[in-house]
Design a protein around this ligand. Structure first.
Ligand SMILES: *Cc1c(COP(=O)(O)O)cnc(C)c1O
Length: 371
């Protein structure tokens, strides 16, 4: 006998995935059409447009690639880096580390700017790292989901461009929940994912390249080592007029992101970001009233992912399992340096609601009172 594993709905308040609205789920249950069907091509064109809107960019080279956020990260690096290219990666958490892993696999000459986990990267640190090092790319994570740090980008962007480098930003957790302005902030390469503040299932990565990044790709001397993630090939697939077969788009996921982006734009980016901020304030008030302490100080605190110390004497795994089994609520444990020390409470997209916050706070209260 194969067991049916669906246990009933969960409230997803971890580092992702977030809850998916019933509208998006319904969209995914629509019958398949072919990926070369004109109707589907129209849908892809709309997805491209909507991705530009949420990224606040006019970059022509903008689309979604199959795969999760890490595929977006890999796509960003493999297209820009040729063997021997110098790259500076700012590391203050798990995802900065992952960027380094990928850059090394591209045979980059990597310089790491390591900052203690939980701290933002300061513009002066970037300026110092660029004193005797002139990289092709400087990479940084906007919202470090492993620590809960929201990284200011504008000043660093200016420093990076002054040094003649391209600015690569991971916006996996920030897109759709925090302010992010690709063009205004001078971001050259930016990728995200569907399952965090966009509230679609995991499986696609929106990505965008500035004209400067595009020309760096076009003037490469060596071939891009990944065929699947080669954006010059993917671009032809996303070109509504010339459309050349590359891969088969994950049709149902494109349905999902089409609807999810429509929901984001109908709510309005600014309204949506304010909603995340207001819900963060009420979560914070509730957590602090119960004695929980945040590990990240204002103004670097990421509102969509709240990182708090686990109180002494409270068992990390047992408490999170009780939340899951007795209350159907998922929160995240710590990663890397923070494993066993912190919890990560996400309020992303659909999961960012006063009802869910009330449910979590009251569940935690009951569990704490039972010791
Ligand atoms: C989740 C996340 C990723 C990786 O995305 P996956 O979808 O898990 O592959 C990358 N960067 C950041 C900041 C993330 O939060």
């Amino acid at each position: 006998m194969i067991k049916n594993l669906h246990s009933g709905p969960r409230i997803l308040m971890g580092p992702g995935p977030s809850n998916v609205s019933s509208q998006v789920l319904k969209e995914m249950a629509q019958p398949l059409i072919g990926h070369m069907d004109p109707q589907f091509i129209e849908m892809m064109d709309e997805v491209k447009d909507m991705v530009r809107h949420v990224f606040l960019t006019n970059n022509p080279l903008t689309f979604v690639i199959p795969g999760t956020g890490s595929a977006g990260m890999e796509c960003a690096f493999v297209n820009l880096i040729e063997p021997g290219d110098q790259v500076l990666v700012c590391v203050n958490g798990a995802f900065g580390n992952r960027m380094c892993e990928i850059a090394l696999r591209c045979d980059a000459k990597l310089k790491r700017l390591d900052v203690p986990w939980g701290q933002p990267v300061a513009p002066t640190q970037v300026a110092n790292a660029l004193q005797n090092f002139t990289p092709k790319i400087v990479a940084i994570v906007h919202a470090e989901t492993s620590t809960g740090v929201l990284q200011p980008l504008e000043e660093i962007s200016r420093i990076v461009h002054k040094a003649g480098a391209l600015f690569l930003v991971d916006a996996v957790t920030s897109l759709g929940g925090c302010e992010l302005k690709i063009d205004e902030w001078g971001i050259d390469i930016c990728y995200s994912a569907t399952q965090k503040c966009l509230s679609a299932p995991p499986g696609l990565s929106p990505i965008s390249f500035s004209p400067a990044a595009e020309s760096a790709i076009n003037t490469r001397k060596s071939r891009i080592q990944s065929w699947y993630l080669d954006v010059s090939l993917i671009q032809k697939y996303w070109d509504g007029k010339k459309r050349a077969y590359h891969h088969t788009a994950p049709i149902s996921m494109i349905y999902a992101i089409h609807r999810a982006l429509k929901i984001v734009l109908e709510e309005g980016l600014e309204t949506r970001i304010n909603r995340h901020h207001n819900n963060y304030l009420s979560l914070k008030t509730g957590l602090e009233a119960m004695g929980f302490e945040y590990i990240i100080a204002h103004p670097y605190r990421l509102p969509v992912l709240n990182t708090i110390k686990i109180p002494d004497g409270l068992d990390d795994d047992k408490t999170r399992m009780r939340l899951l089994n007795e209350y159907n609520i998922e929160i995240g444990g710590g990663l890397g340096d923070f494993a066993g020390k912190i919890w990560r409470i996400g309020i992303m997209g659909e999961s960012c609601s006063p009802d869910y916050i009330k449910a979590l706070l009251s569940a935690l209260k009951k569990i704490l009172s039972q010791g």
